[in-house]
Design a protein around this ligand. Structure first.
Ligand code: ADP
Length: 251
């Protein structure tokens, strides 16, 4: 518990710092991006400097993606909790990701039907799952199986937990990586490809919603990231009415 407290205090101060920087930086990036767009247009297809201008555009876009991640990590984005069916979230993610993961990844779901709903911000939860799937993909450079599963756990105190897990058959984590995986800015990926913010952000998103998040991993065998959320009830306080099924999620 003491460790968890220390962890969340650290997350809070790091988050405030990161959020402040990300916000200002985002505005600067928008200006860079705007000028680069104009430059690319003005130079035309044949100009020898056009690849340079395109390079500026692409770097600004990467910077914008990073600041988006920093803003999410900093928890400065307000949460819009709603009642969600984790089976629907899992199926939506599968449909979305099916095409982008590549043919060497065997994708599947194991869903327990008729789960009670949970209460959490949809687009934040989707980012948590998305990050888990991208981590799983990165752990299986020569292919493997990625499974999104759901389940229901009956707590001794009468509180049921609904779970969503992302399992891969990838490289797994050594005990020292596993111990540090939720630390902000901890990454084993090279510069430019990892921010080390994915799991730290996931930790914040899930604990803010009253849930828990955990990792099981074995080197050479694979990894499971499991999110557990309290089973919510219709009419829970502070919940916006469920969005229409076909509506695209915000963010
Ligand atoms: P990033 O992906 O930017 O490195 P994360 O916080 O998402 O940041 O992950 C931190 C580290 O945890 C990764 O660099 C990697 O070493 C390890 N990790 C996360 N997910 C997995 C996974 N599914 N398999 C193996 N290692 C993982």
């Amino acid at each position: 518990l003491e460790h968890q407290l220390r962890q969340s205090e650290r997350l809070d101060s790091l988050g405030q710092l990161a959020g402040g920087i990300a916000h200002d930086f985002n505005n600067i990036l928008a200006v860079i991006s705007g000028y680069a767009d104009m430059l690319v247009d003005e130079l035309g297809d044949e100009h020898p400097s056009r690849p340079d201008a395109t390079g500026i555009k692409q770097a600004a876009a990467r910077g914008a993606a990073l600041t988006r991640q920093l803003l999410l990590f900093s928890r400065s984005e307000p949460s819009k909790p709603e009642l969600l069916d984790l089976n629907a979230v899992a199926s939506d993610m599968l449909r979305l990701l099916g095409r982008t993961l590549g043919e060497d990844i065997e994708l599947g779901t194991v869903l327990v039907p008729s789960l009670p709903p949970v209460v959490i911000d949809r687009s934040k939860l989707e980012q948590v799952v998305m990050n888990a799937v991208l981590n799983a993909r990165a752990a299986m450079p020569s292919g493997g199986r990625l499974t999104i599963s759901t389940g229901l756990e009956h707590g001794g105190d009468g509180e049921d937990q609904v779970c969503l897990a992302v399992t891969d058959t990838g490289c797994g984590m050594t005990p020292d990586v596993l111990a540090r995986a939720f630390e902000p800015f901890f990454t084993t990926k090279g510069r430019g490809s990892g921010t080390g913010l994915g799991l730290a952000t996931a930790y914040g998103v899930v604990t803010d919603a009253g849930g828990t998040i955990s990792l099981e991993s074995e080197p050479g065998r694979g990894t499971t990231l499991r999110v557990r959320l309290p089973a919510g009830a219709e009419g829970s306080p502070g919940v916006s009415p469920p969005a229409p099924a076909a509506a695209p999620s915000a963010g």
